[in-house]
Each structure stands twice: as structure tokens, then as C-alpha cells.
Design a protein around this ligand. Structure first.
Ligand code: CUA
Length: 332
């Protein structure tokens, strides 16, 4: 006991403080900060579970303390010969079942409510999960983008989840729970974003070498900002000047065009649509910030930066890669 108090207890305390110090409540990927009605509903279940757990812990610890004090070993004490208390045993079987029921009812309600029929006036987006990036196709808006989903606050959103390769899982915690993207099956997720802001997400189903590098961003815009974003995405690709114009020529004459679309320049569909690449804050599924130097390294040798990536090393010179990067970042 003395060893524990002197040596181990302070070490445990220090470890607890350090670990707890790493907890931050409000982060872009926090599941305990609600950015949508879906996540608010999940937090409601969290609250129920937390309070139920607190009550159970109190009851168990008080009962334990009572038994330890009341029946501790004393001189002359005789071991109990009570054969059992059927009423108590029935009670502690039924009560946990009831507790599970109390948690199950709202959980099942939320699961059904967020994947059923689309709500009236929904913004519909097809989410295509691929190894290892996300494509977002806005129904009826002629907008296609990658890895960064923009949605307006206050309007219901319906995500239709599709995948051509393996199982992925769409997960942006402040927007709601995980939902699997299963090839050959249409899963849906409906929610209403409520709080404008930038939220982070991540593929939540192991899907191969770069599963860990399959991040995403959700931008909840005010309705006006969203309309402006849609208008900008629908506009033709910007016409570059200077070094960027040279980059466009190199791009158009390279293998890039086989996989990427830039409206008016190329029509490939294997990789992300780059028509408004420069309007995104990150690239390579949220792995890197959209900066010309990062992009130059990526264009030169993507496989060196992201394991398993389908984009090959293109064999461009440093100057060529720099020019293509300069072109792409101008595509706002
Ligand atoms: Cu996609 Cu993990």
C-alpha cells in the first residue's frame, strides 16, 4: 500500500492530468459540438447515457462501500451462509435491460430519421467515395467538386452515398454519425446543417493503404455565401496569365488530361475535377493545404507523398511542375 501511495499514485495522477490535458472540447472534428440537427440528436443520446451511467456508478459504489464496511473481517465473525436473494437477482437482470431499452429507443429513431425519405426542399448531393478521395456531385446544379463539401445553413441536405471500389464510411462528426458507403448499395444520410463554419471529416472504414489520408471538409455556409459559391463553381475555369498560362499549356499536353477535368481544357474522370481547384483550401483528400510549393511536389511525385495513390509520378521537370502548380492554384 505504501509503495502505491508513494510511487505509483503520483505517476498515475500525472498521467491522468497529461491525458486529460489533451482533450479539447471544440475542434473542427469534435463529436460533442453540434453543427447540425443530426448531431444535436446524437448529443441528446450522449446526455441520456452519461446521466444513466452516473446514477449506476453512484448506486454501485455506495452499495460496495456499505458491504465493505458492514461485512469486513472482524475477530469472531462467521462467514455468511445466505444462499441467495432471488428478488435481488431478478431486479439486477431486469434493470439493465430497461436501461438498454431507454438508450435504444432514441438511437433507433435517429438512425431511421436520418436515412429515410428526403425532407422537402433538400439539397441533394451524391457522394462518391473512392480510393482515396471524395467526389461531391450536386444534383441539378451542375456542380462537381472534390473533398470539400459546401452546404447552406438551415436547409436540409440529402447525401446519396455511392462507391465504385471498396467500402468507405462518410464521417464528419459535427454533422452527424458515420454512414458506410457500400459499392452496389445506396445509403443515404439526411441532416440540416445549423451552425456556419468549417468542419473536418474522415473516412471511417478501413479501405486500403491511404485510408488514413482520406479526409474531407464540410463548409457550412450562410445561404448567401452558398449561392455565391455555387455561382463561382458553375462559372468557366479562369483564364491564366504569365507563368500560369505556360502551366496550362503543359497541363493540356500532359498525361494529366487523361484523368482530370478542367472545363474547356480536359475531360478525364478518374481523378478529381480541377475546374475550380484553387477555390479549395486543401488537396489530396485534405492531406495538404492548397499551396503552390506543396502542389509542385505533389505533381512531381504524388506516390512519394500518399501511399497507393492512383496518380503516377508524371516525369515533369521542376520548372514544368511549378508552372502547372501555378496554373492550378489560379483556378478559383
Ligand atoms: Cu475510405 Cu477508409
Amino acid at each position: 500500500m505504501r509503495v502505491f501511495v508513494r510511487a505509483i499514485a503520483p505517476a498515475l495522477l500525472a498521467a491522468t492530468v497529461l491525458v486529460a490535458g489533451g482533450c479539447v472540447w471544440k475542434t473542427p472534428m469534435s463529436s460533442v459540438v453540434a453543427g447540425s440537427d443530426y448531431n444535436r440528436a446524437i448529443l441528446h443520446v450522449y446526455t441520456i447515457v452519461t446521466w444513466v451511467t452516473v446514477v449506476i456508478a453512484l448506486v454501485v459504489f455506495l452499495a460496495l462501500a456499505y458491504v465493505l464496511a458492514r461485512y469486513r473481517e472482524r475477530p469472531g465473525a462467521v462467514a455468511s451462509t445466505t444462499p441467495g436473494l432471488p428478488a435481488l437477482e431478478i431486479a439486477w437482470t431486469i434493470v439493465p435491460a430497461l436501461v438498454l431499452l431507454v438508450i435504444a429507443i432514441p438511437s433507433i429513431q435517429i438512425a431511421f430519421r436520418t436515412q429515410g425519405k428526403p425532407r422537402p426542399g433538400s439539397l441533394e448531393v451524391t457522394v462518391i467515395a473512392r480510393q482515396w478521395w471524395w467526389e461531391f456531385r450536386y444534383t441539378g446544379l451542375d456542380v462537381v467538386t472534390a473533398n470539400e463539401l459546401h452546404v447552406p445553413a438551415g436547409r436540409p441536405v440529402l447525401l446519396k452515398l455511392e462507391g465504385p471500389d471498396v467500402i468507405h464510411s462518410f464521417w464528419a462528426p459535427p454533422m452527424g454519425g458515420k454512414r458506410d458507403v457500400v459499392p452496389g448499395r445506396l445509403n443515404q444520410m439526411s441532416f440540416t446543417p445549423e451552425v456556419p463554419g468549417e468542419y473536418w471529416g474522415q473516412c471511417a472504414e478501413y479501405c486500403g493503404a491511404s485510408h488514413a489520408h482520406m479526409g474531407l471538409r464540410v463548409f457550412v455556409d450562410t445561404p448567401d455565401a452558398f449561392d455565391r459559391w455555387v455561382a463561382a463553381q458553375r462559372a468557366p475555369a479562369a483564364e491564366p496569365q504569365g507563368a500560369a498560362a505556360e502551366g496550362k499549356t503543359i497541363f493540356a499536353g500532359s498525361a494529366c488530361v487523361g484523368c482530370h477535368t478542367i472545363k474547356g481544357v480536359s475531360g478525364g474522370i478518374l481523378g478529381p475535377d480541377l475546374t475550380h481547384f484553387g477555390s479549395r483550401t486543401t488537396f489530396a483528400a485534405a492531406m495538404f493545404p492548397t499551396r503552390a510549393d506543396m502542389l509542385t511536389a505533389w505533381i512531381k511525385n504524388a506516390p512519394a507523398l500518399k501511399p497507393g495513390v492512383k496518380m503516377p509520378a508524371l516525369g515533369l521537370s521542376d520548372d514544368q511542375a511549378r508552372a502547372v502548380a501555378a496554373y492550378l492554384v489560379t483556378l478559383k
